[in-house]
Design a protein. Structure first.
Length: 162
């Protein structure tokens, strides 16, 4: 969430995060925190992801499409091969999203390469170790994460109860 907010400050146009949006997210209760499915202890990583997505949607205007527009613009601004200082975190959360949005017969198995759209993801012991994109070669984990997050929001997986 922090990285998306920081990167959105660097954007231009309607996608750029402004102080009013940020204060709205801080000052007013976020819709995500009002939902009964999130009351009490968060018990899974996907619940945490969903809660963060709903908080970001609220900050960026309250509509999925507004948030998707921000994510797509952030993705356009990324350098595909530049390593992020949060590479481990991007790979970790990409794994959660990948498991959720992939077909039911998909599994990240030990020492196996698995395709996802135009990516080939190399895993070892259930961890993503390398990400290749058709025609480009190795790409950074934040690029994969943004593609997965965009798909996750477009398909409204964040609305499902976990």
């Amino acid at each position: 969430m922090e990285d998306i907010l920081i990167k959105s400050l660097e954007l231009s146009g309607k996608e750029k995060l402004n102080l009013r949006q940020l204060l709205k997210g801080i000052k007013f209760p976020l819709n995500a925190f009002k939902k009964s499915s999130y009351s009490g202890r968060i018990c899974s990583d996907l619940q945490l992801i969903n809660l963060n997505i709903e908080a970001l949607i609220t900050i960026f205007g309250g509509l999925d499409n507004d948030f998707l527009s921000v994510l797509k613009k952030i993705k356009q601004s990324l350098k595909m091969k530049k390593k992020s200082n949060k590479e481990f975190i991007y790979k970790l959360f990409s794994g959660y999203l990948l498991k959720k949005i992939s077909p039911s017969n998909f599994s990240i198995n030990r020492d196996l390469k698995k395709p996802w759209f135009y990516y080939r993801i190399t895993t070892n012991n259930d961890k993503i170790i390398q990400i290749n994109k058709n025609g480009i070669g190795v790409v950074s984990a934040d690029f994969l994460f943004l593609d997965l997050l965009i798909k996750y929001v477009e398909e409204k997986y964040y609305e499902e109860k976990i």
